[in-house]
Design a protein around this ligand. Structure first.
Ligand SMILES: CC(C)(COP(=O)(O)OP(=O)(O)OC[C@H]1O[C@@H](n2cnc3c(N)ncnc32)[C@H](O)[C@@H]1OP(=O)(O)O)[C@@H](O)C(=O)NCCC(=O)NCCS
Length: 220
């Protein structure tokens, strides 16, 4: 795959020659489930890990949209799930399950002008080494090729539970946007060039984020 460069700059670790970034394959499905189990540990419930049927549906509906990074031993160490939707659906208040068809991508619209981020998971062993950056470059290149005008996602804000006694979710994301608080997910997304568009309440069952997400977008 040929990634594009995005505004963020530093790849924290060089990408080894024997690693590959490529569309997810049917035979990767067990390895993607293993990856999700490593990433979505407690307090996430088992529903955070997709069953094989859901991952197989993705390959039927939008095969080129699902991108993985595989190490030299063929182990999936990072994986991203995406779909396309109309701008008005992506930017109005919504829930993750409604827009993604409970993760099946049933509402994928090949005519949609928004590339929508459904999930992104990097193996904890390799987080903060630049793999999300590399996956975003590949996803943005694909989005542009598909004719999309922007990338939209509901970003988790898993550090919120540590501040929820003191701050509303709105104040928390505003402080992150100003760079005054570091959140392990939202800060990284903003660092990659996304802008904050608002707060989605009741977005997804996610105790660490108080079920909220930050609505973020990047225009091309
Ligand atoms: C969120 C997640 C996907 C990010 O993946 P990652 O591979 O750790 O992210 P990267 O290393 O590519 O970092 C992304 C950006 O944040 C910056 N960053 C990473 N760690 C940082 C830190 N501790 N402090 C400041 N900036 C940091 C990186 O430098 C990079 O910006 P750059 O390219 O300009 O340098 C990963 O942490 C994860 O899988 N989390 C659990 C699941 C999850 O929350 N998924 C998101 C669903 S919305």
């Amino acid at each position: 795959m040929t990634p594009v460069s995005i505004s963020a700059t530093s790849h924290l670790r060089p990408f080894p020659n024997d690693w590959d970034i490529r569309p997810r394959r049917a035979e990767d499905i067990p390895a993607v489930i293993d990856l999700m189990r490593r990433v979505y540990v407690q307090p996430h419930g088992p529903e955070a890990v997709w069953p094989a049927e859901t991952l197989a549906k993705h390959l039927e509906i939008f095969p080129e949209g699902q991108i993985s990074i595989v190490d030299g031993q063929g182990r999936v160490i990072a994986d991203s799930t995406s779909m396309m939707v109309a701008t008005e659906k992506a930017l109005r208040p919504h829930r993750w399950s409604e827009i993604t068809g409970r993760g099946t991508l049933a509402g994928h619209d090949p005519e949609g002008d928004v590339f929508y981020g459904v999930d992104l998971a990097v193996d904890p062993e390799f987080q903060e080494t630049g793999l999300a950056h590399i996956l975003y470059e590949a996803r943005i290149a694909l989005a542009i090729q598909m004719g999309c005008r922007s990338f939209v996602a509901g970003a988790r804000m898993p550090g919120y539970h540590l501040a929820s006694d003191l701050l509303t979710p709105e104040s928390y994301v505003a402080l992150i946007e100003r760079g005054l608080i570091f959140d392990p997910t939202l800060s990284k997304q903003l660092r990659l060039g996304f802008i904050l568009r608002g707060l989605l309440r009741d977005y997804i069952s996610d105790p660490e984020s108080a079920d909220c997400a930050a609505l973020i977008s990047m225009e091309f």
